[in-house]
Design a protein around this ligand. Structure first.
Ligand SMILES: *Cc1c(COP(=O)(O)O)cnc(C)c1O
Length: 233
């Protein structure tokens, strides 16, 4: 047995583990979903294109990435397949052009300048970029997301941008905080009623540790990484 075949055997094991995790997770989500099935965004940051391919072969389409260069390499490698790429990392100004060119969704809008740039840089030939506004729901000093007091203004600004479609709200909760998902659900409903647009339909919240709780509070999109792919280094 050569080294290479050992590595291939190990990889094969990991890949079948991944497939098993994927099937288990889907079953659990199905059982936990109260009304409509949420969209599962498989968070593939730090994972290889080969790992992503395993999920594609199982019929999965939605993938989430945080690091732009790494994401663009994988998007290029997998470009012949019809995938839906979600940008879920923080956004510096100098990254907006590439994000606008290569992604279908951006979950992490927290400033109008970034939204304006994404809209301006989105190619008119592409469909509008789907975006969510990230809310600092736990009022953390260090955390990203727009302050709740600024949310309505940012929503109204984003709604004016021609090449973006505002799909809803997103948050990353502080594990120390309580009631975050509940507060998020209330905020989402309130803004949904105010905005009154059919495509404002997305509440992106819940990760490996807390997606069930997020579903109980109306999440329509959950973002799961380590429960699928295993712990990241
Ligand atoms: C990494 C990441 C996730 C996935 O986290 P897991 O705990 O691995 O499921 C979800 N959302 C965002 C914004 C992330 O950065």
């Amino acid at each position: 047995m050569g080294l290479l075949s050992n590595i291939q055997r190990m990889m094969g094991l990991c890949m079948s583990e991944l497939l098993k995790n994927y099937r288990n997770l889907n079953q659990k989500i199905e059982r936990a979903a109260t009304s409509q099935m949420p969209t599962l965004v498989a968070v593939s940051k730090t994972q290889s294109s080969d790992a992503i391919q395993v999920l594609i072969d199982a019929g999965h389409r939605d993938f989430g990435e945080n690091y732009l260069q790494e994401a663009m390499d994988k998007i290029a490698e997998l470009k012949d397949q019809k995938l839906i790429w979600h940008y879920i990392g923080s956004i510096q100004r100098n990254k907006t052009r590439d994000i606008a060119a290569h992604f279908d969704w951006v979950h992490t809008i927290e400033r109008s300048i970034i939204a304006e740039r994404l809209s301006k840089q989105r190619d008119e030939d592409l469909s509008p970029l789907n975006v969510c506004i990230q809310v600092n729901i736990d009022d953390q000093d260090s955390k990203s997301g727009v302050d709740q007091s600024e949310l309505e203004r940012l929503i109204d600004e984003v709604l004016e941008l021609p090449n973006l479609t505002l799909r809803g709200l997103m948050c990353i909760t502080d594990p120390e905080a309580t009631g975050s998902f509940e507060r998020m659900q209330a905020l989402f409903r309130e803004q949904q009623a105010r905005v009154d647009k059919a495509d404002f339909d997305t509440l992106s919240m819940g990760m490996s540790a807390d997606w069930r709780e997020a579903l109980e509070h109306g999440a329509t999109m959950i973002r799961v990484g380590s429960s699928l792919f295993g712990a990241r280094d």
